[in-house]
Write a protein that binds this ligand. Structure first.
Ligand SMILES: [Fe+2]
Ligand SMILES: [Fe+2]
Length: 298
């Protein structure tokens, strides 16, 4: 089904899910979560950021990556606007953008006040990330619905686990608050993708296969991303086994019921088999990586 037709067919679903989202989302204010009383200014040399103020390494990496990922919002907006700029589609994308913007505001304010991260490195990282504007390529609407569902759920989990890693209750509650927003984004995209699956099962199964096998989190343009990703994985914030067990398996098997889909085209049948094989392989890789992490940490 061409994108244009799918967009039109899904319009009533977008409208219903947008209404559900707006009635469920809780209004909140970044300034109420930031512990301003701990702030000091950076004006005189003695007040410059001191490396001794920093949080432990894995937490710092997680906060750095989470924030810079949120900062790349202009490019996500550009990508999503390619799928329905007008009407309820546009209304949703703009609302989603406004909410995502709030995440960067609250996390940055928290980091400045607590000095958990070197502000110069953070700003240079933001400049590099946004100037490069690297985002995953999504070739059509089916891919976009699969990708955003998986990414929002993965982000919800990464933010929540980052909060759990922090020893500071103010930081934990900020990350929990942001994570709740990501959950609502996930529910929106998951249910929209489910409706698309009813509309054109073959296209969606092909998109699932393509999206899962090529999946990367949106932060790959962040300086030293691979190094931070390793620290984040070692701390249990986000890794292959979380991606498989907490993201792919519940969404693909439980919600989208890939294994039970009927009436698929030959190409979609092949895509389903390939995806199932890929998930089996991922299980082995995740087990191997977690064994090697356990042996290096013991
Ligand atoms: Fe966000
Ligand atoms: Fe989100």
């Amino acid at each position: 089904m061409p994108d244009q037709l799918m967009e039109t067919e899904l319009e009533p679903v977008v409208e219903r899910l947008l209404e559900r989202h707006v009635s469920t989302a809780v209004e909140w204010f970044p300034h109420e979560y930031v512990p301003w009383g701990r702030a000091r200014d950076f004006v005189s040399r003695e007040e410059w950021w001191d490396p001794a103020d920093r949080a432990e390494s894995a937490a710092r990496s997680a906060l750095f990556v989470n924030l810079l990922t949120e900062d790349n919002l202009p490019f996500y907006f550009r990508t999503l606007s390619g799928f329905g700029r007008d009407g309820v589609w546009g209304e949703w994308t703009r609302r989603w953008t406004a909410e995502e913007g709030r995440h960067a505001i609250v996390i940055r304010d928290y980091l400045m006040v607590t000095r958990a991260i070197d502000p110069v490195a953070l700003e240079r990282g933001r400049m590099q990330q946004v100037s490069t504007g690297l985002t995953p390529e999504l070739s059509d609407l089916s891919d976009a619905l699969c990708y955003t569902t998986l990414q929002e759920l993965a982000t919800r989990i990464a933010h929540r686990n980052t909060g759990n890693l922090l020893e500071d209750p103010a930081g934990s509650s900020i990350m929990a608050r942001v994570s709740n927003d990501e959950n609502l984004h996930y529910l929106f995209y998951r249910d929209l993708a489910s409706a698309a699956l009813e509309l054109d099962p073959s296209a969606m199964v092909i998109a699932m296969d393509r999206t899962v096998r090529g999946f990367t989190m949106p932060g790959t343009g962040i300086p030293d991303y691979a190094k931070h990703a390793r620290l984040i994985a070692a701390a249990g914030v986000y890794d292959y086994s979380i991606f498989l067990e907490k993201v792919l398996q519940p969404v693909i098997f439980h919600h989208w019921r890939l294994q039970e889909r009927e009436g698929l085209s030959a190409e979609a049948e092949q895509a389903r088999d390939r995806l199932l094989r890929y998930m089996e392989r991922l299980k082995k890789v995740a087990a191997r990586l977690s064994r090697s992490l356990t042996s290096t940490s013991s």
